[in-house]
Structure formats: structure tokens, C-alpha cells
Design a protein. Sequence first.
Length: 317
Amino acid sequence: MSKKVYLVTADVYQLLQQWAKESGFILPPQAFFRDIHTRALSILKIALGQEVTVVSLQAESLVDGVADIIREMENVPVVTMDPLLFNMPAENRPLFAFQSTRLSEHRDGQWHKLDEGPRPYFPPLKEQAASIAQSIKNHHDTDRVIVVDDGCYEGDSLKNCVQLLTQAGLQVIGAAVGFHKKKEELLGFTFPFRAFLTYPEADIKDWICERDFFPGVPYGGRTIRTNGEVTAPFEIAAHYLHNFGDVEEWASIPTNKAIAFSDAMIQLSCRIFDEIQKTNDNRPVLAGDIKRWPMYKGKPLPRYNDRPFTEHLHQLY
């Protein structure tokens, strides 16, 4: 029997770049984040065992691959489902962000998957689609668009986006993603759908973006709805770590390895923000600088805005 493949997208550095710009921090060199990614892969290999091959997908390669694909498509506006990674489409085409995410909630001691919804602070998905359609029709004299995303695993998010854009009066004439799990059944699209990388479904153990293992990183973890809302003074997210979220179900980490794996990943998270502090003349990254705050044991981790973020993490392990 051939080994299963566990895919990990290296995207922490790219996602922290915009955060650093907005928060007034300078990031350590990209080589530091490459080392963090290498260490994360080693931790995953220990947790998953020899039956699984861990494969790294570089965010830059996925972005460049998608850009090459859409260059071959009709020159029409692009709708991106991952605006932090895919923010510079080929040939300077008009770019519009569709801000959708998977929603979850913690209820009765368990995690519950909810429907696709808007990212915090953004309008409902139907309103976003209508606004995109109106802007494209009014300013670009077309109703034709291409949709892009970092990956397509089950396809539900992409299909939902296409459906809403179509209902808003746009014609989706193509879609391009960085990664796709090739399945026997088709997604049912009537337009060209292309991926930069594909793997047969039977060969895949799981596909994870490394952001989901690192509290404090933008877009990391699953967006949490609390008290019927997805917004607060800050975003709330459940990360793919023991006590933070459901690491066994969401990241396929064996139960007997979940605690050790999570401890090691938390230490890497602390190392990232400690290194950012060193790079900025010992200016700490405070809890108040973190826009996406972690859940812990079913509730938002207690937050003290004037204390270093790593102090909040260190007290847990």
C-alpha cells in the first residue's frame, strides 16, 4: 500500500506581511519563516508517523501558478476568495474580494460546523456578491468574471461563491485554484476549471494551511460564531490544536499524539512573535496587536491587551 500524502501550505509569512504593515512592525527575514515551516513539517512527521508523507506547498508557487493559468483565460475581472494571498492578478485585471469563510461554534461541549458565512466585519455573502456584480457591470462594462482561490478540497466554498455570483447576474467563465483534490465525481461546472497542482483523492490524508496551527496569524483557524455573531472587538478563531479546536477531526492528528503535537506548535508560535519582538528593538507584540484571537477550552482565551501575546500562550503550557 502506498503512503498517504499530507499536504501543508506554507503561508504564515505572506499572511503576516499585511498584518505587520498595518500594525507598524517589521518582520524577520523570510529565511526565519522558512525555518519555522521546516520545523512545523518535522513536528507533523512525528505526529503522523511513517505511514504518511508530509508534502510542503509553497504559497508563492501556488499564487504564481494560478496567475499563469488566468493569463491563458479571457481578460475579464477576477474575484478572489483569498484576498491576502491572491491580491495581484495577472495582467493587472480588476480584482474583487469575496470574503467568505467556514463558520463553527462551540456548543454543549462540542464543536459544530456551520454554513459558509462572511469573514468578520464583512457583509453577508449575498450582499457581497451583489456589490461585486454592480461594480463590475457599472465600471468595467462586462458581466463575465474568473474566480480564484488557494485550493479546492471538497469544493463547497467555490461552488457557493459561483452560485451567489451567478444569482447576482454575473457569468463565471472560468475558475483557477492553487491545489485541487482530483475526484472521480466532477464539481459540475460548465466552465473551465483548472488547478496548478492536483493529487488523486485516494492518495490524500489531508490538506492544511499552516496558518491554522499558529494562533495570532491572520486568517488562522476556523472563524467562531459566539452568541449568534461572528464579530466582537476582535475576531475569534479555533485553531487546529488540542484545547484550541478539534485537532483530531480538523487536522487528522492521532489522538495519542494531539497534546505533544499541540505543545510543540504553540512553542513555534511563541518563537515567531518573540522573533518579531527582537526584530523591532524589543518592542513586544501585545495582545491588543492580535486581530484574530484564539479560543481555548470552548471559550475565548482571557485577553489582556497591554500584555505580550506570548505571555498568554506560555501560561497554557
